[in-house]
Structure formats: structure tokens, C-alpha cells
Write a protein that binds this ligand. Structure first.
Ligand SMILES: [Zn+2]
Length: 1090
């Protein structure tokens, strides 16, 4: 028995469970009407799964008796003797010299002797401990400040230290240079009373403005290590290098700050928001542009361009009113205008066939006053499925749309205000960080926008470093920026921030060596070793494994790396535990020697077995004392010792089975180990490179629950698959050099009355709203589902706040806070008008992945189809005033059926084609883990015609001109034999060359004389000195540069073996097992009119 339809508003109430038998049809033609979203809720679909420790699947491989280690052929000249678990191998490689030990070795805890344990640094517990940042942390994890809210220190009760703290804390040897304002402050750190001289606020952000055509979201094109991972070392250094400094200094970390204009005059006013970074402010009208409005909107997330669904001026408008933070709630929100907004324009889907906008679909703009919207969080970071929040759960139930948030909290940002402050102002009651959407009752009191408690404004906060004036708390950067980062004071840590620790766990079995990945990995790490995020304390270590586990002693003083083999994999232990993780700076030469010799060391291995489980256990032991990042490279199904697996894939069943089996783990070994890792602040990233089935559904648990990432390179081979090799190389570079946060937690808060219940992404849910993230990286996305528990009757707006507390690779404790404000509406029409169809699709995809695993794939497919039926049906019945024939949708949801059909045909959920199990599972991981923009590309790829690119409407970025061809419908009808078409599906791109492709394109872009001369396997666009070649390459590079992973490009002729893969993305067309878009619409209409 299965339930069809997502219960999006689970969490309140109970009700009958609708049932819907397994459907014979891929789109559930037989289902009864009314199935799907239920007004009465059934028990929650997927409530807090991540919190459940119980294994979802049977434990096929408990840690019972293991296979004895077969006496296989020994590798090379270093045979491990069976009786001796630990065998020192002869030293490897040729080592010219080594660095002598240095006396000032930082060691793991180079903290100033004066550093006081935070427990002592904080005053006695207040009454509100349960709302503290942490609840019941393990002993050695950071705990909530137990004291009264540090930001509400009564100036009378504690004397301000003023500037004195700096003199009391000479950094110890090796102390992170950035620690001056952090943990070393003792408990008496109240704010200075008055404007103090050394306040340094640097509002000198670079002009955000021109070129208006450049996507501000695009990651910088350069190497991530140098330009793609703000804040850069220099900027961090700026924070650190200020030496003795006022307790509150404000540093805007900005990649492009160098060379920027000097700070403007203090108190320079731009409208009412002095010194706001232009990116957040944009008081002027968007610059004129020849771009299509949709593209403009898409490229300027912060601007207030003339979007269709936008509050018209005329209400309590932007003009000389009070700042938003001073607005009363009734002033802050507005109701819809009487005229029908574009979002509610009625579209008959059966008639209007070409619904795709010419450029990527922009995020809708919430219906807020311009003042509030100006300050709102970027939709790239924080997005809600409904940009107008229903007043009651019953209105939400009527809409049949899921309510939830999509987050990209650690996204690389080109501009990020960073505040160093001894006090971080938070609500005493609910611990919300002060933000642009609080209200100031007067200069001394502010009202929390989440719980409505009135709080005092701390004395320190009265000084505004932006205008350098006193008595303007509402102009502080914290109240002017919806995204801001704090450098946390000592209350936010229980132990000194951990150093950056990287452990690499490498498969060196015969299979692994065959793929050739090892030399690519070693070379890549050699190339990027100086770009690994970290500081003088950074540590690295290496473990290799086949049927045994090999450790590498890299201790200073050795002339060569020393290999140590542990063959007793059933009771793994660490030989020389102190010399396996070494300081990178001190032992860099040994590390480099090891990387140079590793590929050759196993060149002739015949060892085929893989004791991955034991290797992971060893790695966990090694990382446990510090926490850190474990990077695991695996090329086959682990078949020895703990965690050994057997193949569960039957290729014969792929195409025929109605349902897909084995989507859940075969054993809970990897999940349990991941939870152990999470508890010790260790995240595990898995790189799977294999031509064979590896049971990603099981192995992936090691990353999923430890907040790691999963990378998958099917059919990886260094000779046979150059496209994969290039992808692996590019991904590795990004992986090794991107920003990283350690020992992180994220909490999401929302206005009283709303409640968060189900989380999606890679993490462990430690308490109801606290995600444990041993590592956080800039490429990770998250989603949560919400319900409305109390009516929001008297509220005009609600707010959501995500706070990510992490340790930077430089050893700073930092808090990144994002706050989003949305209007509350009472009518169903207004709810529909604010629907964000992409966010809805992204959230439904996450829910469907869970449903596939906990129930069945067909169930998940039915539920997705029903989501479209139910919402359009509700729209027709309850929101439409004039009935008319056809399949009707509000304009803002016009793409919903198309996206649902795209999901049904996506690799994760499709049926009828021979989808490999690992590839399906990987697609499911991607849907849950990728930020929305990238997930959408995987769901609904973009198709462009490339043989007639022109400069019309092109972007100009620097010296380059980037053509902007329009996005085409995904149908073979749009293809032409005379043309060349690029399909961008996120991780992969296909450039399809038509049989009669213009000669000009063939010669000027591909450099071949005729169609027949196009090589069978072509992965690169040749660099020709022609305008056509430059245009084409510029466009493809531009697409690639905007994502953190590297999509491989396949240039295919019409008769290529890969053509079916290309055609599978033609979502609007019929396939043997799935409906065409038009047929799907007819099906929806039939169900709705029942
Ligand atoms: Zn509050």
C-alpha cells in the first residue's frame, strides 16, 4: 500500500491515509481524483528521518566474523608477514633532503597561555539556555554560551575593557594571527561606551554597478583558490593584521577590494542607507540594457527591475519614510493591488505551447515594499517555495503547494560584510541575530521579528561605525545587511578552533591502479598543495588500502616517507599515531615525495581486494582527536572485512522492473560510521570512480550523514574516457582549493507560528532545528519543509534566519547569518501569485527522493504527478473567478507541469530505460545536495542553437563578448539538421551536430572540412582563430564558469553512440515509456476535470 502525493504540510494534525495502488502507467493514469495533498494530514511523510539512528535497511554485514585475509600475492618487494600486523616497509622514493625539526612547532593547540576556557569566560547561566545556540552538545564540542546573552551585557555591571584586551594577549607561538578578538577575551568584555578612535569600518566596496550584464552570481573565472573562495587570505589577514584593535571593528571582506576606491566620506548617505554596499542597495534604477527583461532579472538578483509581480509604488513607499527597521509591521507589508498581477495571468497550457522564457527563469520578487525588498536576502542564498506566506495552514492546504526553504548558505560571495565585535546582538528570548527586519521602538529598544520580544540595544551598538556617529543603531551593518558574517567572540567556542586537517584515503587495489586515477590525484594535489585552505597549523595525512591498510609516516626528521602496513584489518590500530598526520608546512617535502612516488609504488599490484571499511575505521581513528576532512577515493565494491558488500544490481531487471530495488543501504555500517565521524567533527567526502556497480546507495551514507560530498565518475579510465578524466581533474582542483568551514552547525529559525520539520541535504540533525555539519563547503545546498502551526493573523510579514557557525581554515570562529523577510497573505490567489515554481520543483524533488527510498519509486512518481494535479485543480476551483475551458494555470506556475514531467524523466526517477542503479542513486544525491540553480539544470536542461551565434544581446565581461542565445524547448522539433545545438544538463553537455550542418560552423568552429570528418569521440572545442570559434568557446566557458563542478562536453554526430543520451533530455517528446508534454497535459486535464 502506498500513499500518493506529498504531505507537504505534515507536522500538524493527523488524518486518513489516502491510498493509491501502484500505477501501471508512468504518470499514474489510474489514480483516483483527489489523491495527493490531503487537507487532513496523514502522519508525516519523512519526518525527521535524519534524526533516526536506526538503520533503514537490514544489516547484512554486521561487524561479525570476517573473511580471513587471503594470502594473496604480495606487492612489490615489501611483503607483510602474516604474523606481524605492523611491518615497516623500506623507505620509499629518493629523498634529497628534509626539513629539520623546528623548535617552534605549533602542535595541535598553539593557543595563548592566557586563553581561558570559554566556560569560565562566560557568566552564569540565564533562564533561557534552551534557546542557546547549542543544546546538549557532546563534551568536546562547542557549547552554547551559558551566560546571559553576551550582547546584552549591562554596562553598569561590567566595565568595558576598551582597548586593553590586546595588550593582555600576546599571541603564542604559532597562534593564528586572526585570534585577537576571539577566544582570548575574558568574561569582562562589555562594549565601549562611546565612539572610540580605532573603529575601522571600510565601506569601500568596489562599485557593484557596471557591467550590469554580468551575472554577479558567477564564480570568478580564475582558480578558486585565488579568486573563488572569499574571504581570501589577504582579507582574513586584514582582519588579523590590524593588531591591537578596538573590540568592534568592521571589515568588509571582499575579493576585489584591492584597488577599490578609498572609503567614502563618513556618513555618506545614499538614500536612507548610508554606506550600504552597492550590491545590497541599488538605490538607482537598473542601468539600461538591451537584454531581455527576464535575463536582466536573472542576472541581477538584487536589483529592483520592473519585474512582473512587483509592488507598485504608491503605498507606504520608499520615499522619505523611516528606515525599514523602524517601520511598524503594518507599514511594512502591503496587500496586492486590485489589478491582476502578471503572476496570476491565466494561461491555458494546452494552447500556449511555448512557455519557456528566452533566458533562465528568474526568482520571483516577494511582494514587499521596496525598502524591505532592497534589504532582503538574495534568492541565490535563501529562497522560499511561496514568496507570499499563507496566513493559516488551512489556506496552505487549499493551495496544495509545498511550503519550504531552499538554502545555499555558504555560497561563494563576491561581497560579504564581516563584522568583528565583542558583542553580537541577539534576541534574549529566541537567540535570533539582529537583522534588517527587526523594529526599533526607540533608540534603546528593538523588537525581535521572530518572537516579538522587546530587547535592549546594548551600549556598544549605539555607535554606528558606518556613519561614525552615535545614536543610530538602525544604521549598523547588522541592520543593513540581510547576509552578514560575524567573527565570533569566545562565547562561541568550547575548545580552541580546530586546525585545517586533511586526510586522504586512497584505493590502491589492482582495479584502482588500472583506472589511472592515482597519478591524476597525486599530480593534482602536488599542483594545489599550496592552495589548500589553512594556516600554519594545517595538517595532512595519507592512508592507502587494498586488502591491507597502509599508513605513511611523514614525521619531520625522516629522510623519506615511511610506509607502515597493517594487515590485521579486523582489529585496526594506528601504528605511530603521532606521525601520521603531520604539519603540512613543516613536512611539505616529505609529502611531496610521497605524492611523487605513490603512483609507481603500486604500479604492478595484483591485489584485487578492497577493505574499504577497515580503511575508513583507521581514518576515523586518526582524525578523531582533531576533526577534519576525510577524502576517500574508491574504485570498486568493497569486498573484504567490515563493510564488505555484494552486488545488488541485476542488469536484466533494469528496464523491466516496475519498481527499482536497492535504493536503500544494504548495511548500516557506513551510516553508523558517518555518525561517529559527525560526533568527532569529521566529514567524509567520497570520490567513486568505477565502471562497475559499487553500491552507492550504501557507500554514500558515509558522506550523507557526515555532511560530506559525493562525486561519481562512472566508467572512469585514464585512456578510454578522457572526458571523465578532465572532469575529475577540474573537480579535484575546485575541491582542494575551495573554501571550507570546519566543526560547523547551522540553525534555521523562523517567525513564531511557523515550524520547520524535514531537512534535505547532507548532514546530521542534532536537534529539532540544528544541523551538524562537520565540514561545510560553498557548493552545498539544503532544503527544509515547513508548516504553519499557529495562524499568522496579525502579521504582515514573517522572517526566516539561517545562522551558520563554523571554524574557518584560518582558525577563526565565524557566524554567517542570512535573514529573509516575506509577506503574509490571506487569500488563496495571493498565495498562488507568490509561488516560486523552481523552488517548488526543487523541494518536490527532494521529497520524492525520500519517498523513493522509504516507499517506492512508483509511489514517488505518483506523488509528483499528483502535486501538479492537485495544485492546478485547487487553482481552478478556488482561485479562478471566471471559469473557462482548457488546462489553466496562473502564469507563475505555467512551467510547473513541464518541470514535473522533467522530474519524471530525470535519471533519478525515470523508468523504462536502462538506468544503472549507481547512476540513479547519484542523481538522487545530486537533487538533494545541489543548490537550486544547479539542480534545476539537471531537471530541465537548457538547449541552445550554436551555429548562428551573434553578438546581439551579448554580455560584455572584461574583454570578452559572451553571446546569449535563447533557451529552446526540449523537443526534437526545435532541432534542425542544418544546425548545431548545445544541450546543457548541468554535469554534462552535448553538442549535437546536424547531418547537414552548415559548412561554416564545421570549418570555423570544429576545424573539420565536412560532417563526415567530425571525429567519433570529441571532447574539446578546438581553439581556432576565428570569430565563430571564439564566440562558441566563450559561451561554453561562460556556462561552465558559473558552476562549481566541471561539466564534460561531448561533441556528437547524429549517428553517435551517445545520441540516445542526448535525446533522453528532449523532455517534451514522447518516448516508448513516457508521455510527451502534450499528452501529459491532457492527462492532467483529465484528472482535474474529474
Ligand atoms: Zn526573538
Amino acid at each position: 500500500m502506498s500513499t500518493a502525493g506529498f504531505n507537504s504540510q505534515n507536522g500538524t494534525g493527523t488524518g486518513q491515509t489516502y491510498t493509491n495502488g501502484p500505477s501501471q502507467n508512468p504518470v499514474a493514469l489510474q489514480q483516483p481524483s483527489g489523491v495527493g495533498y490531503s487537507v487532513n494530514h496523514q502522519p508525516a511523510y519523512n519526518q525527521m528521518q535524519a534524526k533516526v539512528l536506526a538503520p533503514p535497511g537490514p544489516a547484512l554485514y554486521p561487524s561479525g566474523p570476517y573473511q580471513p585475509v587471503p594470502p594473496g600475492p604480495q606487492v612489490g618487494s615489501y611483503p607483510p608477514a602474516p604474523a606481524q600486523p605492523l611491518l615497516p616497509r623500506p623507505q620509499i622514493g629518493v629523498l634529497p633532503s628534509h626539513t629539520p625539526p623546528q623548535s617552534a612547532s605549533p602542535g595541535p593547540g598553539p593557543w595563548p597561555a592566557q586563553a581561558t576556557p570559554p566556560a569560565q569566560a562566560t557568566p552564569p547561566p540565564p533562564a533561557v539556555t534552551s534557546t542557546g545556540y547549542y543544546t546538549g552538545p557532546p563534551a568536546w564540542q562547542y557549547a552554547a554560551p551559558r551566560g546571559p546573552a553576551p550582547n546584552h551585557v549591562n554596562p553598569a555591571a561590567a566595565a568595558p575593557p576598551l582597548m586593553s584586551h590586546s595588550s593582555t594577549q600576546p599571541p603564542g607561538p604559532g597562534a593564528p594571527p586572526t585570534s585577537i578578538h576571539g577566544y582570548t577575551q575574558l568574561g569582562s568584555a562589555p562594549p565601549p561606551m562611546n565612539p572610540l578612535p580605532p573603529h575601522t569600518y571600510q565601506p569601500n566596496r568596489p562599485a557593484y554597478g557596471p557591467p550590469p550584464t554580468m551575472k554577479p552570481t558567477a564564480p570568478p573565472a580564475g582558480p578558486p583558490g585565488t579568486t573563488g573562495t572569499p574571504p581570501p587570505p589577504k582579507a582574513d589577514g586584514d582582519v588579523a593584521g590590524n593588531g591591537p584593535q578596538a573590540p568592534n571593528s568592521y571589515n568588509h571582506v571582499d575579493n576585489r577590494m584591492a584597488g577599490a576606491a578609498p572609503p567614502g566620506p563618513p556618513g555618506r548617505h545614499l538614500g536612507h542607507y548610508p554606506s550600504l554596499p552597492p550590491g545590497y542597495q541599488n538605490t538607482s534604477a537598473p542601468p539600461p540594457s538591451s537584454l531581455h527583461p527576464a535575463l536582466q532579472a536573472a542576472t541581477q538578483p538584487y536589483t529592483q527591475g520592473p519585474l512582473p509581480y512587483q509592488q507598485q509604488p504608491g503605498g507606504p513607499g520608499p520615499s522619505p519614510g523611516p528606515a525599514p527597521a523602524q517601520l511598524s509591521p503594518s507599514m511594512a507589508a502591503m496587500s496586492l493591488q486590485s489589478s491582476t498581477p502578471e503572476a496570476l495571468r491565466v494561461v491555458n497550457l494546452l494552447q500556449e505551447r511555448n512557455l519557456l522564457p528566452p533566458a533562465p527563469v528568474p526568482a520571483p520578487t516577494p511582494c514587499l515594499t521596496q525598502d524591505l525588498q532592497k534589504l532582503n536576502c538574495s534568492p541565490e542564498v535563501f529562497r522560499c517555495t511561496l514568496t507570499s506566506i499563507p496566513q493559516t495552514q488551512s489556506v496552505l492546504n487549499k493551495a496544495k503547494l509545498p511550503l519550504g526553504l531552499l538554502l545555499h548558505p555558504f555560497k561563494d560571495l563576491s561581497q560579504l560584510p564581516v563584522v568583528t565585535s565583542s558583542t553580537i546582538v541577539r534576541c534574549r528570548s529566541c537567540r535570533t541575530y539582529i537583522n534588517p527586519f527587526v523594529s526599533f521602538l526607540d533608540q534603546r529598544r528593538w523588537k525581535c521579528n521572530l518572537c516579538y520580544r522587546v530587547n535592549d540595544v546594548p551600549e556598544e551598538f549605539m555607535y554606528n561605525p558606518v556613519s561614525r556617529s552615535y545614536g543610530e543603531p538602525h544604521k549598523r551593518p547588522e541592520v543593513q545587511n540581510a547576509t552578514i558574517e560575524f567573527i565570533a567572540p569566545s562565547e562561541y567556542m568550547l575548545r580552541p578552533p580546530q586546525p585545517a586537517v586533511y586526510l586522504f584515503v586512497l584505493d590502491v587495489s589492482h582495479n584502482a591502479v588500472e583506472t589511472g586515477y592515482l597519478s591524476v590525484f597525486c599530480q593534482s594535489l602536488l599542483d594545489n598543495i599550496n592552495a589548500l585552505p589553512g594556516d600554519s597549523r594545517t595538517k595532512v595525512g595519507f592512508i592507502t588500502f587494498d586488502s591491507t591498510i597502509h599508513f605513511y609516516n611523514l614525521q619531520e626528521g625522516l629522510s623519506q616517507p615511511q610506509m607502515l602496513i597493517v594487515s590485521d584489518i579486523e582489529d585496526i590500530f594506528l601504528p605511530t599515531p603521532d606521525s601520521l598526520l603531520v604539519n603540512l608546512n613543516e613536512c611539505k617535502e616529505l609529502v611531496q615525495d610521497l605524492l611523487k612516488s605513490l603512483p609507481n609504488l603500486f604500479e604492478k599490484t595484483m591485489e584485487t581486494q578492497s577493505a574499504l571499511g577497515s580503511a575508513l575505521q583507521a581514518a576515523f581513528k586518526l582524525l578523531s582527536p582533531t576533526g577534519g576532512r576525510m577524502s576517500v577515493f574508491q574504485t570498486q565494491l568493497p569486498n573484504l572485512g567490515v563493510g564488505a558488500l555484494q552486488s545488488r544490481e541485476d542488469p536484466n531487471q533494469r528496464a523491466s522492473a516496475k519498481d527499482v530495488q536497492h535504493l536503500s543501504p544494504a548495511t548500516d555500517f557506513y551510516k553508523k560510521l558517518a555518525l561517529d565521524c559527525s560526533g568527532q567533527q569529521v566529514a567524509v567526502d567520497l570520490f567513486l570512480l568505477s565502471a562497475q556497480y559499487c553500491d552507492l546507495a550504501t557507500l554514500g551514507c558515509i558522506s550523507r550523514y557526515s555532511a560530506g560530498s559525493v562525486y561519481y565518475y562512472p566508467s572512469y579510465h585514464h585512456q578510454h574516457n578522457p572526458a571523465q578524466v578532465e572532469r575529475f581533474q577540474r573537480d579535484l582542483k575546485r575541491y582542494l582549493t575551495r573554501k571550507i568551514g570546519f566543526e560547523a552547525v547551522m540553525r534555521i529559525r523562523c517567525t513564531k507560528g511557523l515550524s520547520i520539520h524535514t531537512f534535505h541535504g547532507n548532514f546530521f540533525v542534532r536537534s529539532t532545528d540544528l544541523l551538524s555539519l562537520p565540514n561545510v563547503n560553498p557548493d552545498a545546498g539544503f532544503a527544509v519543509q515547513m508548516s504553519i502551526e499557529e495562524n499568522l493573523d496579525d502579521m504582515q510579514v514573517v522572517s526566516f534566519q539561517a545562522a551558520l557557525l563554523y571554524t574557518s581554515s584560518k582558525g577563526e570562529r565565524r557566524i554567517r547569518v542570512h535573514t529573509m523577510c516575506l509577506p503574509v497573505v490571506s487569500s488563496l490567489s495571493d498565495v498562488f501569485a507568490g509561488a516560486d515554481v523552481q523552488a517548488i520543483t526543487g523541494l518536490l524533488a527532494c521529497m520524492a527522493v525520500d519517498r523513493s527510498v522509504t516507499s517506492s519509486l512508483s509511489d514517488a512518481r505518483d506523488a509528483m504527478t499528483n502535486a501538479a494535479i492537485d495544485s492546478l485543480s485547487s487553482y481552478r476551483q478556488s482561485a479562478l473567478t471566471i471559469q473557462q475551458p482548457g488546462l489553466l494555470a496562473p502564469a507563475c506556475l505555467r512551467l510547473f507541469p513541464l518541470y514535473i514531467l522533467a522530474l519524471l524523466k530525470q535519471k533519478a526517477f525515470r523508468t523504462g530505460t536502462s538506468t544503472r542503479l549507481d547512476e540513479r542513486v547519484f542523481a538522487m544525491y545530486q537533487l538533494k545536495y545541489q543548490p537550486l540553480a544547479f539542480a534545476m539544470l539537471m531537471i530541465h536542461p537548457a538547449l541552445y542553437r550554436l551555429d548562428d551565434l551573434s553578438d546581439e544581446g551579448a554580455l560584455n565581461i572584461g574583454e570578452q563578448t559572451i553571446p546569449q542565445p535563447r533557451v529552446l524547448q526540449l523537443s526534437v522539433e526545435k532541432l534542425s539538421r542544418e544546425g548545431a545545438f548545445l544541450l546543457d544538463a548541468g554535469l554534462v553537455m552535448y553538442l549535437w551536430i546536424g547531418r547537414n550542418c552548415h559548412q561554416n560552423f564545421l570549418s570555423q568552429v570544429l576545424g573539420v572540412s565536412s560532417y563526415a570528418a567530425v571525429p567519433e569521440k570529441l571532447y574539446l572545442l578546438p581553439e581556432l582563430d576565428t570569430a565563430e570559434s571564439q564566440r562558441t568557446r566563450a559561451f561554453v566557458s561562460w556556462l561552465r564558469d558559473q558552476r562549481p563542478f566541471f561539466p564534460s562536453l561531448h561533441i556528437i554526430r547524429d549517428e553517435s553512440q551517445l545520441k540516445p543520451h542526448f535525446l533522453q533530455n528532449m523532455i517534451e517528446d514522447r518516448t516508448e515509456s513516457a508521455l510527451s508534454y502534450y499528452e501529459f497535459l491532457l492527462h492532467l486535464q483529465q484528472q482535474i476535470s474529474k
